[in-house]
Design a protein around this ligand. Structure first.
Ligand code: C2E
Ligand code: CA
Ligand code: CA
Length: 305
């Protein structure tokens, strides 16, 4: 039971990851094993409730997307947004995707969620392009999508519905998704690639993959994980890892994005290393569609470029 609870817990948040998922330390309320047990039990029950409520969060209109810009470091311009899912729960407030996505994956609800995200992201892109904002859009996938042979057909259908050229859609996957049943996953990845969508490997550097291992996959872009990027102006070891990743990725003809750029110093180091694009609070936090439109129209640029 403990294993189940720990797995479902995903992280030891303070209030079940609701509203403040940044706090990852467990604070035993009574400093005892019993206190710890009650904490796990509360958390388990809370997650069970969330699983039930996930069933109809779509009908209750509690989901929305926010968008975070990616900046081309050569031109300083915004070329893309990443769509990030939010669940505004009627009682608990904003629930982090890091809590509810793993729950949706365990229950199969992720298929409906991904389809909702793709539909709304492409609708929004259609509106932006119609209004003269020429960008592309990245959407996060889950392992379950890559184990679904029908998923590429869903993607084609939605691209068609919103008249979006496939190369304007970037599908972000992580290395963990490829490790489990690689044969099936690679088959689905190839179908997605054949239909013209681009594939980006997210969170690179957080796991164990080597670039040579990924070279045979139809992946054309890497996103370096924010744990390597955030402190690279102070952490020379991380800076070295980032530099050599960028050099190797360029030799493999891959485009590189750094995520988690929080200050000008990191942004300037990335430019010096030849990183293609960057994303992070230094440019903009994830914002809603209206805020993004106004940010893009007012500046939409790297403040240092
Ligand atoms: P991710 O794909 O790695 O998304 C980037 C996360 O980093 C976002 O967290 C974003 O708010 C955060 N971030 C961006 N810039 C910075 C920065 O400068 N500093 C720091 N500290 N954080 C930054 P968010 O929105 O909470 O999403 C967390 C994760 O949830 C995502 O990580 C992704 O794995 C998952 N997720 C979000 N939306 C979806 C979705 O539609 N489908 C699926 N399958 N997963 C999603
Ligand atoms: Ca991502
Ligand atoms: Ca990431």
């Amino acid at each position: 039971m403990l294993n189940t609870l720990m797995y479902m817990g995903n992280s030891w948040g303070n209030d079940y990851g609701v509203n403040n998922h940044e706090n990852n330390s467990f604070q035993p309320r009574h400093g005892t094993i019993a206190g710890f047990y009650h904490y796990l039990q509360d958390k388990y029950l809370h997650h069970l409730r969330l699983i039930n409520e996930l069933q109809d969060c779509l009908e209750r209109d509690e989901l929305n997307l926010c968008y975070q810009p990616l900046i081309d470091l050569e031109t300083g311009r915004t070329t893309r947004v990443e769509a990030l899912l939010r669940w505004q729960h009627k009682h608990s407030g904003s629930i982090s995707p890091e809590i509810f996505i793993p729950l949706a994956e365990q229950t199969g609800q992720i298929h409906a969620l991904t389809s909702w995200v793709l539909d709304h992201a492409l609708q929004q892109l259609h509106a932006w392009i119609s209004g003269g904002i020429n960008i592309d859009i990245a959407v996060n996938l889950s392992m379950c999508n890559l184990h679904d042979e029908n998923f590429p057909a869903l993607v084609i259908g939605l691209l068609d519905k919103w008249s979006i050229p496939p190369e304007l859609l970037i599908l972000e996957i992580t290395e963990g998704m490829i490790m489990y049943d690689p044969e099936l996953t690679i088959r689905v990845l190839r179908k997605l690639n054949d239909l013209g969508a681009r594939l980006a490997l997210d969170d690179f550097g957080a796991g164990y993959s080597s670039l040579s291992h990924l070279a045979g996959l139809p992946i054309t872009e890497l996103k370096i994980d924010r744990t390597l990027i955030m402190d690279m102006d102070k952490n020379s070891k991380n800076a070295l890892i980032v530099r050599s990743t960028i050099e190797l990725a360029r030799k493999l003809d891959m485009k590189i994005t750094a995520e988690g750029v929080e200050n000008a110093a990191v942004c300037n180091i990335l430019k010096e290393y030849g990183c293609n694009s960057a994303q992070g609070y230094f440019f903009s936090k994830p914002v809603n569609d209206i805020e993004f439109t106004s940010w893009f129209s007012n500046s939409g640029r790297d403040p240092c470029n």
